[in-house]
Ligand binder design. Structure first.
Ligand code: MG
Length: 457
């Protein structure tokens, strides 16, 4: 079966690997699947966003769907609006953190979470078979622009923090929204909390002139400089559609998402003893250490934000995390949300009354090394079986590839990529040399297995 959806919706370069007629067919397939319903449509700042959104809207209406167009909005604000408003589903036109030439289509279910795999498969089969349900001329859906959703969303985020305590602190916060739609949400949240707000890369521009839409430790220099120059209490950087947040401390130092996640988990478990945390199996041991220390319950999942969201719903868990800066806070909505993550960090900063650098320094520290080994897709399963048979004793997690823990607290994970013909190899240890050695050892083992399987084939 051919695939249309990747791990996070449909991704493409318009006019290169995906044409406007393909976009129309996606809209027709989604409309045929949902029937005569109400769809909330939104997009990020990408240059092809309007073209794709208007085509999807036309296709949906011709299948009888009524379209409510929110225009520019973050993914989590759209997801919250679908869940809380009178909509049956949502569509977000975004390629999240991918480079500017990419765009994509995410389908949101009525609960605000991306649709599950089974529904994607039905939409895919409608797409590939071309069995679209056009309605007659007098049944086509209506089209309406809709405003005020971002304001409602920010008000909803504010409900989950101590507003008056944060307001009293009069914090200074620098924001880097990557020239995209988070400029509509996070500064508004901060102003509502009486913060002094500074922005960099803050004019809307689909060429992403300031930095790559993926916030990484190596591309947040402008934000770090702004934090230092302004004497800010912290900085926050978002990705292209606002569902991720990477934080910079008051010394201008950026911290990867596993650090901010560990901080939020620690604070959450102190207030909610015994709480359940959901995290992909690739998550840092720092999070597990914090969960063990504060008496929580950590549930590992396969890698992928939709899986984290759906597992949280199934277990009734309130907090989920991803190492890339994804925080899922179910009392608000169980999806990645960069503005909600910012509110939670402000709440922690206020309650603990210590500089962010000090709070980060109090967390367990590990070093991670990431690498990959080429592996033909058709061999991936056999490779995993062979690998598992070679691992003797010790703690092993097989929820997504094979993760092996060692008695010194280090671990190594070999995981088949869902999209590329590779095995991803991650390791983490107290010393960088140990993590590197674990990765090299695993890579050698994988290469041996792959070459012996290939020579047999
Ligand atoms: Mg994103």
């Amino acid at each position: 079966m051919k695939r249309l959806f990747g791990t996070n919706g449909i991704r493409f370069v318009l006019g290169r690997d995906f044409m406007l007629e393909d976009v129309l067919k996606v809209g027709l397939a989604i409309g045929t699947f949902f029937g005569k319903r109400r769809c909330l449509l939104g997009r990020d700042v990408r240059l092809t966003g309007e073209t794709i959104a208007s085509s999807v809207a036309s296709a949906l209406m011709s299948t009888g769907v009524s379209v409510y167009d929110a225009g520019l909005i973050t993914t989590p604000a759209l997801q919250y609006s679908v869940k809380s408003g009178d909509f049956d589903f949502g569509i977000m036109i975004t390629a999240s953190h991918n480079p500017p030439e990419f765009n994509g289509i995410k389908v949101i279910d009525s609960d605000g979470v991306e649709i599950p795999r089974e529904k994607e498969e039905v939409i895919e089969s409608i797409f590939f078979e071309g069995k679209f349900r056009y309605v007659s001329w007098n049944e086509v859906g209506s089209y309406m622009r809709i405003q005020g959703l971002v304001e409602d969303y920010v008000r909803a985020v504010l409900k989950h923090v101590n507003i008056s305590a944060i307001m009293e602190r009069k914090l200074t916060v620098a924001v880097d929204p990557a020239n995209s739609v988070s400029v509509l949400t996070t500064p508004l949240l901060l102003k509502s909390l009486n913060c002094r707000v500074l922005t960099v890369n803050a004019h809307l521009d689909g060429t992403f002139p300031g930095r790559d839409p993926e916030p990484r430790l190596d591309n947040l220099g402008t934000l770090s400089d702004a934090v230092i120059a302004a004497g800010a209490d912290m900085g926050v950087a978002h990705d292209g559609d606002g569902d991720r947040a990477i934080f910079v401390d008051e010394k201008g130092r950026a911290h990867w998402g596993d650090r901010s996640a560990a901080l939020i988990v620690m604070d959450y478990l102190e207030r909610n003893p015994g709480g359940t945390i959901v995290a992909p199996v690739s998550t840092s041991k720092a999070v597990e250490d914090v969960v063990n220390k504060y008496g929580g319950n950590l549930v590992y999942t396969k890698v992928g934000s939709i899986i984290v969201s759906r597992t949280m719903l199934k277990l009734g868990a309130e907090l989920g995390i991803e190492e890339n800066g994804g925080i899922f806070y179910a009392p608000h909505i169980p999806v990645r949300d960069g503005t909600m993550a910012t509110a939670l960090i402000l709440d922690i900063l206020t309650r603990r009354n210590e500089p962010l650098s000090k709070l980060f320094a109090s967390l367990p520290k590990y070093y991670q090394v990431k690498d990959k080994v080429p592996c033909p897709n058709e061999l991936k399963e056999a490779v995993l079986r062979a690998l598992l048979s070679e691992i003797k004793g010790g703690r092993v997690e097989t929820i997504d590839g094979a993760k092996v823990w060692f008695s010194d607290g280090s671990w190594v994970l070999a995981r088949p990529s869902g999209t590329e013909p590779i095995y991803r190899v991650f390791a983490e240890a107290k010393e960088p040399g140990r993590a590197q050695a674990l990765v090299e050892e695993m890579k050698a083992k994988l290469r041996d297995i792959i070459s012996s399987l290939m020579s047999r084939a």
